[in-house]
Design a protein around this ligand. Structure first.
Ligand code: HEC
Length: 241
């Protein structure tokens, strides 16, 4: 039958061409660093699957790092969000610069059960039983970003979940337990990409530690007892029955 007398096979070929054209269009948007923004604006903006898959193979490279950073959603937390015409999304003019210094936060979010955690309007400050964490500046700025970090420092931070590989535990919601599964080449590519982006001077504050004990299962060591008025961690579901 077909549509308006056009045989279905022709329609299919036309659609395929359209999708192909579309994916190179998406790639050029990605070049402007916008893929993450589209991806975060809803399922329809997710981009053609595998559009950058050529970057997924071979030796470590900036392109591959960009592909991984985009796919792993680093922008969702490390790029401050702002309101746009399509709703809130990462402000790519401040790409990966972390929690904005001018947005002062000095207390955790007030939450009631069943709520456990909250994110700031910028998606860069996170309040939960761990206190308040602020996403790091991942740009190559030497004073406030990763400028002084070697690949070894970066690699061991992600692999150990310790600040710079040997300090305090890296707090939620930084997904290092998942990111540590990347291969050496993948992490090196991510590092290379992060070195290649514009340096932005932005001093991210230190986390606020409430002295709460971590809820079980979150992978962090237990801390000192809860201070008065702090939000208690949720009960351990494993202890119920
Ligand atoms: C769900 C939110 C979230 C996502 C997604 C995320 N991060 Fe983070 N990241 C954080 C938070 C919060 C911190 C600050 C943690 C702290 O201060 O302990 C952080 C800290 C870091 C640090 C500093 C670690 C240190 O040693 O102090 C690096 C490096 C980092 N992230 C890299 C990345 C990269 C690369 C990606 C993507 C592949 C990524 N993050 C994705 C939330 C996120």
């Amino acid at each position: 039958m077909g549509f308006l007398g056009i045989p279905p096979k022709k329609i299919l070929i036309h659609m395929k061409k359209h999708i192909l054209r579309n994916s190179s269009f998406l790639r050029s948007i990605a070049a402007a660093g916008m893929t993450a923004l589209l991806a975060s604006c809803g399922p329809k903006g997710g981009g053609a699957p595998g559009a950058d898959s050529t970057a997924a193979a071979g030796a470590p490279s900036v392109d591959r790092g960009k592909y991984l950073v985009t796919a792993a959603g680093c922008n969702d937390c490390h790029t401050p969000w702002k309101m746009g015409p399509q709703g809130p999304g990462p402000d790519m003019s401040r790409m990966l610069s972390g929690h904005p210094a001018e947005m002062k936060i000095d207390a955790p979010a007030m939450l009631q059960p069943p709520w456990m955690a909250a994110g700031s309007m910028t998606m860069t400050a996170w309040s939960g039983p761990w206190g308040v964490s602020f996403t790091a500046n991942l740009t190559p700025d030497s004073a406030t970003g990763l400028g002084a970090w070697s690949l070894a420092t970066f690699d061991s931070a992600i692999r150990t979940g310790k600040h710079m590989g040997n300090g305090r535990p890296i707090l939620p919601p930084m997904p290092w337990p998942g990111l540590r599964q990347m291969t050496d080449d993948d992490l090196a590519s991510v590092y290379m990409f992060l070195r290649s982006i514009p340096a932005i001077s932005n001093k991210v504050p230190d986390p606020i530690m409430p002295g709460t004990t971590m809820p079980p299962g979150m992978g962090a060591p237990g801390g000192p007892p809860m201070p008065p008025g702090a939000i208690p961690p949720p009960p351990d579901p494993r202890k119920k029955k």
